[in-house]
Structure formats: structure tokens, C-alpha cells
Design a protein. Sequence first.
Length: 65
Amino acid sequence: MSTDMLLRVEKGNAEPEELAAITAILLARAAAAPEDTAVPAGRSQAGWRRLERTPGFRAPHSWQG
């Protein structure tokens, strides 16, 4: 088995035509993806997790852990 394989069949037996079809689909989707995926401006943290509002003690069995 070669280490430079593009696809690997985990379960079952795929025919060469099936592997060629899925490879064509994956390559077409990769080519259709936008080149520049800009990160939207916004918060880097959730607004509801404010450490100054949390109590100083949490019980060991608390779900907030």
C-alpha cells in the first residue's frame, strides 16, 4: 500500500470507477470554493461569559465545572 494515496476506502470494496467519480466530485468542489474566505469582524469571545459576573465559588459537583 502506497503512502501517497489521495483516497482510502475504510470499509467495503470500491471499484476504480467509483473512486474516480468521488475524486472528480471532491476536486470540483474544492475548485469551486472561494479563494479568500474573510473572517467576519466581531467578537472573539461570547458576550455572555463575563468572568467578573461569575461567583467566586463553584461546587465540585457543579455542571459549570
